[in-house]
Design a protein around this ligand. Structure first.
Ligand code: DGL
Length: 280
């Protein structure tokens, strides 16, 4: 495995060897990093987790839009060829801010990718969506799903406690089971056959969520969906990195790099690259 520093320093123009910038409020976007490494192993990934300001999902739209601008500006310093918004909250409320700040760099949001996959997977046309308070209140998933198929019924629930549980690494803790049962009860009563994990922190708790939802409910991981969508966008633009080298990601956080390192090890089960502390 090659590390970032072994390649030539970034240039002021974009080509297939330029990095893909990814950001989230914290560790949640690592689920997207994992999916990207599986789908596009040769790509250079630059990840920013805004650990100083997590969570985003309980903040106002004005604040979330300001954070979205700062996070994008941070990644733009590295001349990315694409920006992946690995945060449903920002995808729901501030995708236009990312596009504007990205000045023409293609932007892929998790939300559209997850909505699209859910529509393709449901058999009974009843989809559940779980996400942060801000994502659920925005109705963005319902709008995206009904824009594809207006007949589908969407049932949503905010699960604010899932973010701190994921950030604490409480993946199979009894408290996580109790909270999951509480959050999913109403959705399961609606007879959903598909459940969208509408927050990138939630795939960290996927096993528990799947166990509580039961075998009759397909779980849609928006992290996997966005990796597929990123591959398509890069292929269409002729911007896939064909070098075939495996790169470890360049990780940046705005606070507590040590904690981020241990969570990286837990979620990705891989060698932990250096984590750079940056100021937003
Ligand atoms: N992981 C993010 C999302 O997908 C945000 C979680 C948060 O910071 O509240 O919505």
């Amino acid at each position: 495995m090659q590390h970032q520093g072994e390649r030539a320093p970034s240039k002021n123009r974009r080509d297939p060897s330029s990095p893909i910038g990814i950001f989230d409020s914290g560790v949640g976007g690592l689920t997207v990093v994992k999916a990207m490494q599986k789908e596009l192993p040769a790509e250079r990934l630059i990840y920013f987790g805004d650990t100083a300001r997590v969570p985003y999902g309980s903040k106002s739209q004005v604040t979330i839009r300001r954070y979205a601008h700062d996070d994008t500006a941070m990644l733009m310093k590295h001349f990315p060829k694409m920006i992946i918004v690995a945060c449903n909250t920002v995808s729901a409320l501030a995708l236009d801010v990312v596009e504007r700040t990205g000045r023409g760099v293609p932007v892929v949001g998790v939300l559209e990718a997850g909505a699209d996959l859910a529509v393709r997977r449901t058999l009974n046309g009843r989809i559940g969506v779980i996400g942060t308070q801000a994502t659920v209140c925005s109705n963005a998933y319902e709008l995206a799903i009904n824009a594809i198929d207006p007949e589908i019924e969407v049932f949503s629930a905010a699960c604010p406690l899932f973010v701190p549980l994921a950030e604490e690494g409480f993946v199979d803790h009894p408290a996580t089971r109790l909270i999951t049962e509480e959050y999913l009860e109403g959705l399961l009563r609606q007879g959903i056959d598909t459940l969208v994990l509408g927050c990138t922190h939630y795939p960290i708790l996927k096993e528990m969520i799947g166990a509580v939802a039961g075998p009759g409910v397909r779980i849609i991981d928006s992290a996997e969906a966005v990796a597929l969508s990123a591959r398509e966008t890069l292929a269409e633009a002729g911007m896939l990195d064909g070098s075939g080298r495996r790169m470890s990601p360049h990780l940046m956080v705005s606070d507590l790099p040590q904690k981020f390192r241990s969570l990286y090890r837990l979620f990705l089960g891989a060698d932990v690259p250096d984590v750079e502390l940056v100021e937003v």
